[in-house]
Design a protein around this ligand. Structure first.
Ligand code: FRU
Length: 492
């Protein structure tokens, strides 16, 4: 990697930072200092610190030749920007350093990523390969002289061959990558003893014809006794409330045999039901937790923050567990409690009908935990509205008859629109755990049974919050709200 390319990219970024408009800048999510980001990459713990990388275009607010941006954290909450880790332009990654993962081997931090290239002058036929870079200090990376370490896609795939996720099992390294052939998305598996020489093992899973033409960002891991293949398929058709976003993110659960590379699994389940969740990646931390972070946006969404000199962010880190019914539960990691600054409101056993204003809640960065009694309530619909002004509001509502949870941003503010809705069984109680940031909302319902993540762009002064119920009253068992710390304060 030519050092001057990295220096140039870092300088461009520093210059771009100066003209950022802070109105939508997030307070406690990972973002680049300026300009474009998409997928999380290389989530890993190295020498006791958490590292996260991300797809990054340091020269502009739109997607462009991909670099790897870099942050690290001691606690998964407070992040610090580091210099850009990878820049494209070498023969193995001429057109971009696409998504990938990180592993620690012999004290070195290894990044395994996709070298994006085109096979033709017109740049229409991709010829993607897999590459390796490594670092002793976790900050400065060198590309492997053997690159590309996987020089060609397998015959069952095509030049759309990307997003390697690497892990260790026994004495070997394993790698899954997404690919596509004849409009069938699939995930292929490789094996290596040194991260540099890889042997093709076969297809791990593929679309049955209705599950997408290309599978991006695969991730394969053991979770609570089962194996999970998580990936981001392109091209699943919308069906009722499902698959409403341009592309999807979800998972298959099953049993896996390393000896024969057979993965017997059930059907595809969407992981997050909001508007903005894609390209999720996970890692196992030193405590044995499976933690996932996604890109908190969607391809081709309007992203009005582009007018402010930046675009894109990552979700909060979420801990994953598998329910006995084979569904993943996502909950915000425990460490996020450190963000709590001041408890603003605490309500217990109160009946709400119509609207109940909460004038104390006028912050932009809030954590809300609210538990409703749905067994003893006559209300057919109830919930919470925030960032409320004369004409704006973002609404989370539960319909206890239809048993559906809705995140409605049709009046949220600039540029974005529409609602997302998902099934959630009425168990007599509804627990909502909500993280509200300046331009995002993440809703974890019933301990992560349903999760909804969306970007919103409300007018700065619209900060009203209210509980509401229609068709009768609802009982609020308990509501607690905290104002949260802005981790980027001073270094937005
Ligand atoms: C997913 C994705 C990946 C690719 C990267 C390019 O959002 O399309 O498949 O590696 O983004 O930035």
């Amino acid at each position: 990697m030519k050092l001057d390319q990295l220096t140039k990219a870092n300088e461009a970024l520093q210059a771009a930072e100066k003209s950022i408009n802070p109105r939508y800048r997030l307070g406690y999510h990972i973002m680049a200092p300026a300009n474009w980001i998409n997928d999380p990459n290389g989530l890993v713990q190295f020498r006791g610190e958490y590292h996260a990388f991300y797809q990054h275009h340091p020269y502009g607010v739109d997607w462009g030749p991909m670099h790897w941006g870099h942050v690290k954290s001691k606690d998964l909450v407070h992040w610090e920007h580091l210099p850009i880790a990878l820049s494209p332009g070498d023969p193995c990654d001429r057109e971009g350093c696409f998504s990938g993962s990180a592993v620690v081997n012999n004290g070195e931090l290894n990044l395994i990523y996709t070298g994006h290239r085109f096979a033709d002058e017109g740049k229409t036929v991709p010829d993607e390969v897999q590459c390796r870079a490594f670092s002793k200090d976790g900050i400065h990376f060198e590309k492997d002289v053997l690159n590309p370490v996987i020089p060609r896609h397998p015959d069952v795939g095509s030049g759309d061959f990307r997003d390697p996720k690497v892990w260790k099992h026994g004495d070997y390294w394993y790698l899954v990558a997404g690919t596509s052939r004849d409009k069938i998305g699939k995930v292929v598996l490789y094996k290596s003893s040194d991260l540099r020489h890889w042997d093709y093992q076969g297809v791990l899973a593929e679309s049955d014809g209705a599950q997408g033409y290309m599978w991006e960002c695969p991730d394969f891991y053991q979770l609570d006794g089962k194996y999970v293949l998580m990936f981001s398929p392109q091209g699943i058709e919308p069906s009722g409330d499902l698959y409403r976003n341009l592309y999807q993110t979800g998972y298959l659960v099953g049993d896996y045999d390393y000896e024969t590379n057979t993965f017997k699994h059930g059907g595809f389940t969407e992981l997050d039901h909001g508007h903005d969740f894609y390209a999720v990646q996970s890692f196992e931390d030193a405590r044995g937790r499976r933690i996932a972070i996604g890109w908190m946006d969607m391809w081709e969404s309007p992203m009005p923050e582009k007018n402010d000199g930046w675009a894109g962010a990552l979700t909060l880190p979420r801990e994953l567990h598998l329910d006995p019914d084979g569904k993943i539960r996502m909950t915000p990691v425990d460490e996020l409690k450190q963000l709590r600054k001041k408890e603003l409101v605490c309500i217990e056993n109160e009946l709400v009908s119509g609207s109940r204003l909460l004038p104390e809640l006028n912050g932009e960065l809030l954590e809300i935990m609210v538990e409703f009694d749905t067994a003893d309530s006559a209300a057919s619909e109830f919930g919470i509205k925030f960032r409320v002004g004369k004409t704006e509001e973002t609404v989370i509502r539960y319909n206890s008859v239809a048993e559906k949870l809705v995140l409605d941003r049709s009046k949220s503010g600039q540029a974005v629109d529409g609602f997302r809705r998902t099934e959630l069984t009425n168990s007599g109680r509804l627990k909502l755990h909500i993280y509200l940031d300046r331009s995002s909302v993440e809703v974890f319902a019933d301990d992560g049974k349903a999760v909804m993540t969306s970007r919103i762009y409300p007018t700065e002064e619209n900060r009203g919050t209210q509980l509401f119920a229609t068709g009768g009253s609802v009982k609020v068992m308990k509501m607690r709200v905290w104002e949260l710390e802005d981790i980027w304060n001073g270094q937005k």
